[in-house]
Design a protein around this ligand. Sequence first.
Ligand SMILES: Cc1cc2nc3c(=O)[nH]c(=O)nc-3n(C[C@H](O)[C@H](O)[C@H](O)COP(=O)(O)O)c2cc1C
Length: 199
Amino acid sequence: MTKVAIAYHSGFGHTAVVAESVAEGVRAAGAEPVLLKIENAAQDFGPLLDQASNADAIVFGAPTYMGDVSAAFRAFAEASSKVWAVQGWKDKLAAGFTNSHSLSGDKLQALASLSVLAAQHGMVWVSTGLPPGSAAGKTGPEDVNRLGSFLGVMTQSENASPEVTPPSGDRETARLLGVRVAEAARRWRAGAQELAQAA
Ligand SMILES: Cc1cc2nc3c(=O)[nH]c(=O)nc-3n(C[C@H](O)[C@H](O)[C@H](O)COP(=O)(O)O)c2cc1C
């Protein structure tokens, strides 16, 4: 079965909700989600890196802290240089998401960091493929892609429990990313098998 790893950090639980929505989409598309939670910057990343290496695609997720990915996610990214040394993630699919408190909050910088990480590994980046939430003439918390992001999923949470924020539209946006990555990974895998048979 196609496997999609979701490697994410969440200091206060809001980005974790987004990661779970991505996993729900992966499952809905008939693939297996593997949630890889980054706990802190000092942990042993070996087991997470091994599990990510086993997947067909890796979705990276981090909260935006001070205009970029959180330090714990950055530590994971640096630890992945061990995988880079053996080109372990080359040609896997990648995608990303970030959550923060402000509507903008410089989330684009965090998504840029996630996509550069993927490019350093020689991965193939999957965009959101979603029209902006305002396409229907309005933008509200129940709308898909209300923050109008194409590079990766942007979600926004209030200073309240992750049970209620980020809102339903943001969770659905993340779920749709999971569906898109899982479907792309299935196509990618089938194509790789075809190439191997032709060789
Ligand atoms: C150290 C720190 C820095 C933050 N910097 C930003 C920021 O640059 N932009 C923003 O919109 N929110 C910022 N926030 C708010 C968080 O992005 C927000 O609380 C988010 O929900 C955290 O996600 P989490 O619950 O997964 O940790 C910051 C929060 C912390 C703790």
